[in-house]
Design a protein around this ligand. Sequence first.
Ligand code: AMP
Ligand code: MG
Length: 476
Amino acid sequence: MKLNEIVLNTNYRELDSHFYTDTKASPLNSPYLISFNSSTAELIELDVSECEHEDFIHFMNGSYMLSGSTPFAMCYTGYQFGHLVPRLGDGRALNLGKTNSWNLQLKGSGSTLYSRGGDGRAVIRSSIREYLISEAMFTLGVPTTRALAIIGSDENVPRARWEKGAIVLRMSSSWVRFGTFEYFFYNHKHELLAPLADYVIKESYPHLEGEVNRYYLMFKEIVSGTAKMIAHWQSLGFNHGVMNTDNMSIACVTIDYGPFAFLDAYDYRNVCNKSDEDGRYAFGNQPDVAHWNLSMLAKALTPILSIEQSEQLLENFEDIFDETYEALMCAKLGLYNKDEKDNKLIQYLLSVLNNRSIDYTAFFRLLSHYHGDRTTLLSMCALPKPLISWLDDYDQRLEKENTQNRHARMLRCNPKYILKNYILQEAIDKAEVGDNSLVNELLYIAQNPYDEHPKFERYAGIAPSKLGNLKLSCSS
Ligand code: AMP
Ligand code: MG
């Protein structure tokens, strides 16, 4: 389809006007294309060649609207680092409308009613990070938003230093957040919670439409989907960094990528967000934080769902998380015939890996090749004894498996390439001086993380010593 043939709908605007504000973009100066993702273009049936069309840049810059598009910013609130902020909302995002069940949103297109003094801009650095990581997460099997393209500009944007403005077009099955419900609860507009829940059901859980106890069933889905999403994060060593309730998706997809990181060494206490001084959003806390966030959502839903009912559903969180996590970890370990001792074996491995400077991703990739010769695996750690005794147990466990295609299967679920922060930073440094080649190459790697890429061998495995465990700030 040509760009001008796409028709968007903005059903969200049929809700009460408290839910959103019609907003116009403030286009960037001298916009230019940094990268275009043909995989996501396919999802909205957009011809790949359209990215070369001048209108595409205008579309990305918010200065050309598709038919049916009346752009708007959504209102929400949220608990930020445990404290309720009365009103947040899309401070720099603009919803264009929906096509093929994808809600298109520009991020960085200027201020809105919800900007709270912010400039409404996003910079090249954060936009590239979000653009690439959402694609990497998707290929790694994690529920996530996607991204269509990214543009840069020569617009100066003040951050810790002057940076250039950019816009990334994000796509999500829903942009409703836990914080959207919280907004109406804490602003005493309880009569708007049911219409919002009905909207969410229609958009994200259509099989529940018309059910008498649909709000109960909706919360059940959200508990389950969130537990599963977090299990994916934990199995991959992904640290989100800002799990405020406004950054939690009602459709249980990973949203709002900010100071995230993939772990280098496995470390429960890893904190990737410089502003998170207390380590609230440390890697190992993520399941508990998700549970807490869900309990805050349950509170916001009390006018339409009794707390007893939601608490009963919340009790399932741990089991769903454990079950999903165990299944994902067993796959990483090449264990396909269920064994009751598998959980113990996993926990034992994690205690061996925890804080022992063994690169988490590289360890599993090496293990995927393991035939009994331990030399390379043991060379990863300074004190090999704990790993030796874990491998003894693992060897025993493998005897119960049909190992025929174990290696091939493990290599399809233990990525060789994971976009660590230092790798993203190299692409950003180049893009900031006008060379977008590495952004595009990393997009390809993000989409093929299990394959060999000889040219980028240096990105596989351990981060260079000074570049490991980089912490990032929220400022973006
Ligand atoms: P985040 O933690 O990045 O998801 O952002 C938290 C809130 O701050 C959201 O309501 C954002 O829209 C808003 N925000 C972040 N950066 C800006 C900015 N530069 N201008 C306006 N609003 C912003
Ligand atoms: Mg956010």
